[in-house]
Design a protein around this ligand. Sequence first.
Ligand code: GPP
Ligand code: MG
Length: 283
Amino acid sequence: MSRPQTSIVDSPYQQSIAEYWNAEKNPVNLRLGEVDGLYHHHYGIGAVDWSVLDAPPEVRDQRIIEELHRLETAQADVLLDNLGLVAAEDRLLDSGCGRGGSSVMAHQRFDCQVDGVSISQKQVDFANGRADELGIAGNVRYHLRNMLETGFDTGAFQGIWNNESTMYVDLSVLFEEYRRLLRRGGRYVCITGCYNDTYGLPSRAVSTINAHYICDIHPRSTYFRELAANRMVPVSVIDLTAATIPYWELRAKSALATGIEQAFLDAYRDGSFQYLLIAADRI
Ligand code: GPP
Ligand code: MG
């Protein structure tokens, strides 16, 4: 099978993922982003304000949207909390940046340069449009690039994160690239759903999530094996499973539910799936 030379995808699988995200317009992402202009492609954590369900009918949907968005932004804040010391002169990489919300938050917090990469041209264009509107395009740039082969200079980054995007790639290839991109003493952070090795292999609910997003959720063990193999030493591991369940309970009751909510609730509750933050230092 041939492909154009200019393509940044390296397989028919990656092409299918690029097509999925180029076509994606889920209200659960766009309506939440419209709340304050931060567009996320990850889930939420923290206690839910259940009073939103009792709001008057004319504002109830909007209150639920605002609450889900608040929880997603709280998730990104916890990710950024774990990046360690970041100076204004530093550069960060948002790997699998989606529509760019986490990069904007990182720049607003650290005042540093942020690069985001995605294999979806639509996401890259959308995210750069937002950076233009915010007047931060000189510091926050999104690129149509492959996280497995970014083309950035060796040692260019103080910090790299994946916010729910590692399930689309082989971790041995991904972390080899981060070993190259991170300078010594730099920090890697990911938030991810992983399957629990103690359960065995992927449960029905985990397999349902894989089919829904066309992804391949890794076991927890693979993260630590591949980090260790690539000179990255875990400094924090936070199990966010209990903290994300309320988000899914609220999302399941919202008009924006996409149909995958019960699979997440089942997978978390039966112990086959975990929502983890892993932070590691590049040594
Ligand atoms: C959420 O994106 C994240 C993914 C699709 C990757 C899979 C994540 C796992 C933890 C398995 P999204 O915000 O675009 O999804 P949705 O449209 O369902 O909100
Ligand atoms: Mg979403």
